[in-house]
Design a protein around this ligand. Structure first.
Ligand SMILES: [Ca+2]
Length: 479
């Protein structure tokens, strides 16, 4: 009931989400009538269904470097894999309700970069195009396509409710410039469920260290912050082999970094209040506070035992030598299925309790972003993308929960509520993708103690400003 209520609420709030602010005025329900009737539940999906496109093909292009890992569409049959079967059923539902036939092209051999080139060529040659694409941003993929004038401004596409939970409101707020956005993320791409950064917590270690706080309640009450994480983990690091340094191979580390300022709503480069330009904000109090808190929280460690430092950290958490570990959620499927200890999944900690929401920073290397080519029929593409996104939110997302917690019985209603919080706000900001003037490294170096935040950022400022100027010219030149 709670779910259907929230859907009704979402529908009530479903104002025009074109990128210009809407002036939808919701009328207060008339409660004066003595006779109280229960409103029938309206499902957004039913509002979208039409037979107008019966017989048409919906053509989707998945610009994906790792389609077997980042799965956005099903095999031809159900095969018992949870997400596969949910995607299979979603597609059959869409085909059935709209009378369309869904087809996918994917780029397993050529990779996402070549896939983006294929897309660009098809648009420039004005050939029959895809109705929408799902793709990787980085490595010459959709980010490059978005600079070639081949992607639609999603704000001009009808039917898309870009601030609803099945799209990313945080993306809308932070990746929309001059009322233009060329891609967004959300449930339409099932790999979104894998790309989001969360904090894994080993529950056996919570017991061992007698941390008795109910972390789920803490999160739900809005009190899961970097300061809290520090309070829980200070003094817990142990140099177990007594060699005078902390190392991933044989020591105990209480909390692992990930350095994603977006998790704290911190942006070195942000969209101006009037939405017309990008501002660099070096003397940003939130940024300074973020760096200070992370420096205090995260130990200086070396990483040995694996060629990739990331692998060392994953194994350390899996082996029960790390209490809190921040990483994209996909590691639950790739590494933790046979982990002995139980774990909880928490959002990335907030900067402070004043921060209103938890955010799930995403990765531009995962095929989790939706775009529409300018050659598409916007009316059709928008309707189908909206229906696919909403159907995924309603029917597929709950299956992703099962994958995350596959191994143990820790799931309860609150674990789903918490995953919803991060999935609803999965996003990236401009600087995490474009890294103007390489300013991201200045932040990372300041946290790890190998740099000084303000002076390092200052030295990168001229280059960042120049790059932003060039960027704005390209972004706006396509309008
Ligand atoms: Ca050591």
């Amino acid at each position: 009931m709670k779910k259907s209520l929230s859907i009704i609420l979402a529908l009530l709030l479903l104002s025009a989400t074109s990128c210009q602010s809407g002036n939808n005025v919701q009328t207060e329900p008339d409660t004066s009538s003595a006779e109280v009737t229960t409103a029938p539940e309206i499902d957004h999906f039913d509002e979208l269904v039409t037979d107008k496109y019966s017989g048409r093909t919906l053509s989707i292009f998945d610009i994906n470097d790792h389609p077997t890992m980042h799965v956005n569409f099903s095999a031809e049959e159900q095969n018992g894999e949870i997400v596969n079967d949910a995607l299979y059923n979603r597609d059959r539902l869409i085909e059935d309700k709209f009378g369309v036939t869904i087809t996918y092209d994917v780029t397993p051999e050529v990779g996402a970069k070549e896939g983006a080139q294929t897309l660009i060529r098809s648009v420039l040659a004005d050939e029959k195009s895809y109705d929408y694409v799902i793709g990787v941003l980085l490595g010459g993929a959709l980010m490059t396509a978005s600079q070639q004038g081949v992607l639609a401004n999603l704000c001009d596409v009808p039917h898309l409710s870009l601030t609803e939970n099945w799209w990313s409101k945080a993306m809308y707020d932070n990746f929309r410039l001059n009322d233009t956005m060329y891609y967004s993320t959300g449930d339409i791409a099932a790999s979104m469920y894998q790309m989001v950064y969360v904090t894994f917590t080993n529950t056996r270690l919570l017991d061992d260290y007698q941390i008795n706080e109910d972390l789920f309640s803490l999160v739900i009450d809005g009190k899961w912050t970097l300061d809290k994480l520090y309070d829980l983990t200070k003094d817990l690091n142990r140099d177990l082999n007594d060699d005078g340094k902390l190392d991933t191979s044989d020591d105990f580390i209480a909390a692992f970094d990930c350095y994603r300022p977006e998790s704290c709503g911190v942006h070195i480069v942000s969209v101006s209040k009037d939405n017309t330009t990008l501002n660099i904000d070096i003397h940003n109090e939130r940024l300074i506070s973020y760096v200070e808190k992370c420096s205090k929280l995260y130990a200086k460690i070396t990483s040995t035992g694996y060629s990739d430092a990331n692998d060392s950290k994953k194994m350390m958490f899996k082996e029960g030598r790390c209490l809190f570990y921040s990483h994209p959620i996909e590691v639950a499927m790739s590494h933790f299925r046979d982990m002995e200890d139980d774990y909880l999944v928490l959002p990335m900690a907030k900067l402070d309790e004043k921060q209103e929401e938890y955010y799930g920073p995403g990765s531009g290397w995962v095929s989790a972003f939706m775009a529409i080519p300018i050659t598409a029929d916007y009316e059709f593409s928008g309707l189908m993308a909206e229906a696919m996104a909403y159907a995924s939110y309603r029917d597929v997302r709950s299956k992703a929960y099962e994958l995350v917690y596959k191994q143990k019985a820790l799931r309860d209603e609150r674990s789903a509520e918490i995953l919803d919080m991060v999935f609803n706000n999965s996003y990236i900001d401009f600087n995490s993708i474009y890294d103007f003037g390489s300013m991201n490294s200045a932040v990372n170096n300041a946290i790890s103690g190998s740099g000084t935040l303000i002076s390092d950022l200052d030295s990168k400022l001229p280059s960042a400003e120049q790059q932003i100027e060039n960027f704005l010219e390209t972004w706006n030149g396509q309008k």
